[in-house]
Design a binder for this molecule. Structure first.
Ligand code: TRP
Ligand code: ZN
Length: 875
C-alpha cells in the first residue's frame, strides 16, 4: 500500500470497459530477478466517448511503450497503472516490462516456488506481470512464448496447446502456446521448471482423447496417482450429471509448494498447492484423500462454471465459486457418503460462516463494496454461496435445476456475466418467479427461523407457525424477509413418519417468503416430534423449543441422517451451555448429574445401535467443537465452555469405558485402502481411542503405543498423537520426537506435526512456538507452514490464544506484522480470530482492541489488513 489510504470499489459503479483487446501475445524471457515481459495487444475502442485507455499495473518497471511500433509519450504513470491519453480507435500496443519473480514473496503475479517459476493471477495478479485492463470482463485470445534456461527449466508451460518450440543460444530454449478460447487475464498461467511427469488420458463422451498431465516435484511421482484418478472421475461425473465435456486436447496440473490458496483453475493448466495433489497411504490421511478428490474436481468443474462462463466483475465471484463449490459437494456426495458430507458442509457454515456474519467483515454472497478483492474469497462467497445454489436445487428439483443449467450455458457460453443472469436462467427454464429468492444475493447475515407447533386434539389439526427475522449486521442495518425453504418431517411415537403432508408424504418443503407463516395441517395423531430443516435446507439458525425426549426421538428415528446427527448435537449443546450459564462461580462449567445422565444415556443409545451407518455413528459420538459451541452464545465464556466440554468428555469417557473399548477392538482394518467402509472404521476407532485415553491414560497407554507402532497409514498414526495430545506431556513429546525423526524430509507431513505442536495445551506454548519458528522445516514464506503453525494456534488453540494475560493476542499480532510485509494475503486470513472481539468478555475485548490498534498504526499496512483492521475498529 502506498502513502494514500486504500479506497473501496462499489458494485453500483460498474461500467463496461471502453476498449476491447482482440488478441494478446506475451513473450517471457525468464530470469530470477530480471524477467522481461513483452505484451503485444490489438486494442479497439468500443466506447466512442472514451479519451483514455486505462491499464492496471503494480510493481512493474516500464521499459518500452509503443503504439503501432512508435514510442508513445502521451501517457501518465502511477503506482496502480498507466493511462494512455487519446489513443487511436484501433491500434497495436506493445509494452515491455521488467519484473522480479525471486523477490515476489506475495505469491501473486509471477513468482518462484522453490525452483519453479509459476503464476497466480486471480484475482488481480495479472497487473503484476504487465500493464493490462486487469478485469474479468475483458476477454481475449492468448499466444504465449516462454524462453528460459533449458537445463533448469526443461518444462515451459502455459494455457492451451503447444504450437512450437526450439533451442536458443546460451543453453536457453523456447516454447510457444496458443489458447483457442477467449479468457480473462485472471485465468492466464505460466509454469517453468523441472518435474516428474505422470501421464494418462481420458476419452470424452464424444470420443475425443484428452491427454492428462500431472507435474510434481522430482521424486514425488508415486504420490500423484490418486489425483489423476480423481481427475478422471470428475471428468466423467460432469459428463453424466450435467452433460459437460472437456474442450481442449490437453489438461495439465502442476503441484507447487508455495501457494496462497488451495488451487487455481487456469484454463488447461491448473496450478495446485501440493497439499491437494500428493498422497500415498503412509503419509496422507483419509481426510487428505478426500480433500484431494474434491479440490481436483472443484478446479476441473471451473472449466465450465468459471472459465467458459466467467464473472462480469469481482462482485459476482459467487457466480463461479458458489456454483462450483455446490458442484464439487454434489460430486463428493456421489463418490462417498452423502450424509457425512452434508454434516461436514453444515459444520463449515455454522462454525465459520455464521461467525463471519457476526463479524465486522459481514457481507452478502455478492458483496457491494470491496477494498481488497483478496479479502472476499470467503466462506460467505464460497460456502454460503453454495448453500444458495443448493436451495435453488431444492426448489426446482434435480431436473428443473438441470434445465436451468442447460439454459445458462446456452445463453452465456463465452460471456462474462452476473449472478442475476444465472438466477434468471434458472427462473426462465422453469417458469418460476425467483425475485424474492434473489435477496439471498444482496442481503448479508444469518436469518433466525422460529418454529412453533400446537396440536389440537379435537380438530386433529397441527398448527405450525414459521417466522423469520434477520438481525442487523455490521455492513447492513435493515433486513428483508427471505425465501427460505423449510424441509420438515412429522414423526409419530413409534418413530414412523406421519403421512399428513402434501402428496401424503411424511416430509415436505414449505416455502417461507414472508415474515411469518401459519399453517393448519390435518394430522390424525399428535406428532411425537417434528424434524425441521431436514438436510439443512437453508443456511439459517433454528429456534424451536423441543424437549430432550423429542430431540432423542429425532436422533433415533428421523429419515434424514443429517437431522439425526443434528438432533444429537443439539442435545449435547444444550446441556453444555446450561452448565456454562447456570453454574455458580466455584463450579464453572460443571454439568449437573441429571444432564450427565441424560447425555450418557443418549450416547449409550448410539453406541448400541446395530443398524446405524458406522460413519454416522462415529460422527454422532463426537462432541461439538469449541467453535460450534461459541457460535451458540451471545458472549463467549472461554473458561466456562472449555471446562464444560472437558467435563462432559471426561464423564462419557469413564462412564462408557467398556463400550469404547469394545468398539475400538471391533473397528480394526487390514492393509490401508481408501474406501468408505475403512474410512468409517478408522474414524470410529480413533474416536474410541481418544475417549479411552481420557478415561485412563495409564491403562490404555500400551494400546495407543501399539497402534502407533503398527499403523500403516497416517490416519491411525495421527489418531494416536491427537488422543495423547492433552495427556501427560512426556509421553506425547516422545511420540512427537519419533514422528519428527521419521518425517522430517516430508514437508506436508511435517505440517501435521507443526499443527499438533501449535494445538498443544501447555503453559509454555508461546516459547514453544518461538522455538518451532526456528525449526529447520519451518519457513515464514511458505503459507502451508504458516497456516500449520501460526494458523492452528490462532484458530484452534483456545487456551493459548485466549489466555487472559493477553499473551496469545500479542504473539499473533507480532506474527501478523512480520507476515504483512511478506505476504499480505496470508496475513489477512490469519487475523480472523481477532476480528470478532466484541463477543468476548470486557478484559479480552480491551486486550484484542489494543493489538488491532497496534496494527492500525503500522506504517505501510497492506490494503488487505487495512480493510479488516479498520472495519473492526469502527464502533
Ligand atoms: N479460484 C480459486 C479456486 O476457487 C481460488 C484461488 C486460488 C485464489 N488462488 C487464489 C483466490 C489466490 C485469490 C487469490 O479454486
Ligand atoms: Zn473455485
Amino acid at each position: 500500500m502506498s502513502s494514500r489510504l486504500p479506497v473501496s470499489k462499489k458494485l453500483v459503479d460498474y461500467a463496461p470497459a471502453d476498449f476491447l483487446i482482440s488478441s494478446l501475445e506475451l513473450h517471457f524471457k525468464l530470469d530470477d530477478s530480471r524477467t522481461r515481459v513483452i505484451a503485444t495487444s490489438n486494442v479497439k475502442q468500443i466506447n466512442p466517448a472514451a479519451t483514455e485507455l486505462l491499464l492496471d499495473g503494480v510493481d512493474l518497471t516500464l521499459i518500452r511503450l509503443e503504439i503501432e511500433g512508435h514510442p508513445q509519450i502521451r501517457y501518465q504513470k502511477s503506482e496502480s497503472g498507466l493511462r494512455i491519453i487519446n489513443p487511436p480507435a484501433q491500434f497495436v500496443l506493445t509494452i515491455e516490462t521488467e519484473i522480479d519473480p525471486v523477490n515476489n514473496s506475495s505469491l501473486e503475479g509471477l513468482y518462484k516456488s522453490a525452483g519453479t517459476f509459476c503464476t497466480q493471477c486471480e484475482a488481480e495478479g495479472f497487473r503484476k506481470i504487465t500493464y493490462f485492463p486487469d478485469r474479468p470482463d475483458v476477454l481475449t485470445k492468448y499466444e504465449v512464448v516462454i524462453e528460459a534456461d533449458k537445463a533448469h527449466y526443461p518444462f515451459l508451460l502455459s494455457n492451451g496447446n503447444k504450437i512450437g518450440e526450439g533451442d536458443l543460444a546460451d543453453g536457453r530454449h523456447w516454447v510457444k502456446w496458443q489458447d483457442p478460447f477467449n479468457k480473462p487475464c485472471y485465468l492466464f498461467a505460466l509454469v517453468a521448471g523441472d518435474f516428474d511427469l505422470l501421464e494418462d488420458q481420458f476419452v470424452t463422451c464424444s470420443g475425443k482423447t484428452v491427454k492428462l498431465q500431472l507435474f510434481v516435484d522430482k521424486g514425488n511421482a508415486s504420490k500423484g496417482h490418486h489425483a489423476l484418478q480423481s481427475l478422471k472421475k470428475a471428468m466423467s461425473w460432469d459428463e453424466q450429471t450435467y452433460g459437460l465435456e472437456y474442450d481442449l486436447d490437453i489438461y495439465m496440473i502442476v503441484a507447487v509448494d508455495f501457494f496462497n490458496m488451495g488451487a487455481m483453475e487456469n484454463k488447461g493448466l491448473n496450478v495446485f498447492n501440493s497439499k491437494f495433489v500428493l498422497a500415498d497411504s503412509a503419509s496422507a490421511t483419509d481426510e487428505d484423500y478426500f480433500n484431494i478428490e474434491s479440490v481436483i474436481a472443484h478446479e476441473y468443474f471451473h472449466n465450465w462454471t468459471g472459465n467458459r462462463v466467467t464473472c462480469r466483475d469481482w462482485f459476482q465471484l459467487s457466480l463461479k465459486e458458489g456454483l462450483t463449490v455446490f458442484r464439487d459437494q454434489q460430486f463428493s456426495s456421489d463418490m462417498a457418503s452423502a450424509a457425512i458430507n452434508r454434516i461436514n458442509n453444515v459444520k463449515v457454515i455454522r462454525e465459520h460462516q455464521f461467525a463471519e456474519d457476526a463479524s465486522p467483515m459481514a457481507h452478502p454472497i455478492r458483496p457491494e463494496s470491496v477494498i481488497e478483492m483478496n479479502n472476499f474469497y470467503t466462506v460467505t462467497v464460497y460456502n454460503k454461496g453454495a448453500e444458495v445454489i443448493s436451495m435453488l436445487h431444492k426448489l426446482l428439483g434435480k431436473q428443473g435445476f438441470r434445465r436451468g443449467m442447460d439454459l445458462y450455458f446456452q445463453r452465456h457460453d463465452g460471456q462474462a456475466v452476473t449472478c442475476d443472469d444465472f438466477v434468471d436462467a434458472m427462473a426462465d427454464a422453469n417458469q418460476q418467479d425467483l425475485s424474492v429468492f434473489k435477496r439471498w444475493y444482496s442481503q448479508s447475515g444469518t436469518p433466525h427461523l422460529s418454529v412453533d407447533a400446537n396440536y389440537d386434539q379435537n380438530q386433529r389439526s397441527l398448527q405450525l407457525t414459521l417466522s423469520q427475522v434477520t438481525p442487523p449486521t455490521a455492513d447492513q442495518k435493515n433486513k428483508q424477509p427471505l425465501h427460505i425453504p423449510v424441509d420438515i418431517e412429522l414423526l409419530d411415537d413409534k418413530g414412523e413418519g406421519i403421512k399428513a403432508l402434501a402428496n401424503n408424504a411424511a416430509h415436505q418443503v414449505i416455502n417461507l417468503t414472508i415474515p411469518s407463516l401459519e399453517l393448519e395441517i390435518a394430522c390424525p395423531v399428535k406428532p411425537a416430534a417434528i424434524s425441521v430443516l431436514r438436510e439443512f435446507s437453508a443456511p439459517v439458525r433454528v429456534k424451536f423449543d423441543q424437549t430432550d425426549q423429542q430431540l432423542a426421538h429425532i436422533m433415533l428415528h428421523a429419515s434424514d441422517e443429517f437431522s439425526r446427527w443434528d438432533a444429537g448435537q443439539q442435545l449435547l449443546n444444550r446441556h453444555i451451555l446450561q452448565a456454562v450459564q447456570h453454574s455458580s462461580a466455584n463450579e464453572v462449567g460443571q454439568l449437573s448429574a441429571k444432564s450427565l445422565q441424560q447425555l450418557e444415556l443418549s450416547m449409550q443409545g448410539i453406541l448400541s445401535d446395530h443398524q446405524i451407518d458406522r460413519a454416522l455413528q462415529a460422527e454422532m459420538l463426537d462432541i461439538p467443537s469449541f467453535e460450534t459451541l461459541a457460535q451458540l452464545t451471545e458472549n463467549i465464556q472461554v473458561e466456562g465452555l472449555l471446562k464444560a466440554k472437558k467435563c462432559i468428555e471426561h464423564h462419557l469417557a469413564c462412564a462408557l469405558e467398556q463400550q469404547w473399548h469394545q468398539h475400538y477392538l471391533a473397528n480394526s482394518t487390514d492393509a490401508y485402502q481408501y474406501n468408505q467402509t475403512d474410512v468409517a472404521k478408522r474414524r470410529m476407532k480413533n474416536i474410541c481411542l481418544r475417549y479411552l485415553i481420557l478415561a485412563n491414560e495409564d491403562r490404555y497407554a500400551d494400546l495407543a503405543y501399539q497402534q502407533y507402532q503398527q499403523a500403516d497409514n497416517m490416519t491411525d498414526t495421527l489418531g494416536v498423537l491427537r488422543a495423547c495430545q492433552d495427556g501427560a506431556i512426556a509421553a506425547f513429546d516422545e511420540l512427537m520426537n519419533d514422528f519428527e525423526q521419521r518425517w522430517q524430509n516430508d514437508p506436508l507431513v511435517m505440517d501435521k506435526w507443526f499443527a499438533l505442536q501449535a494445538n498443544a495445551t501447555r503453559p509454555d506454548i508461546l516459547s514453544r512456538l518461538e522455538l518451532l519458528k526456528e525449526h529447520a522445516g519451518f519457513s515464514i514464506r511458505n503459507p502451508n507452514r504458516v497456516r500449520a503453525l501460526i494458523g492452528t494456534f490462532a484458530f484452534y488453540n483456545t487456551q493459548g490464544m485466549h489466555n487472559i494475560d493477553g499473551s496469545g493476542y500479542r504473539w499473533l499480532t507480532d506474527q501478523l506484522q512480520e507476515l504483512d510485509r511478506l505476504n499480505p494475503q496470508v496475513a489477512a486470513r490469519l487475523i480472523t480470530p481477532l476480528l470478532q472481539y466484541q463477543r468476548y468478555d470486557q478484559v479480552r475485548q480491551d486486550l484484542i482492541r489494543n493489538q488491532l490498534l497496534r496494527l492500525a498504526n503500522m506504517s505501510n499496512l497492506s490494503s488487505d489488513l487495512y480493510e479488516k483492521v479498520s472495519k473492526s475498529l469502527v464502533e
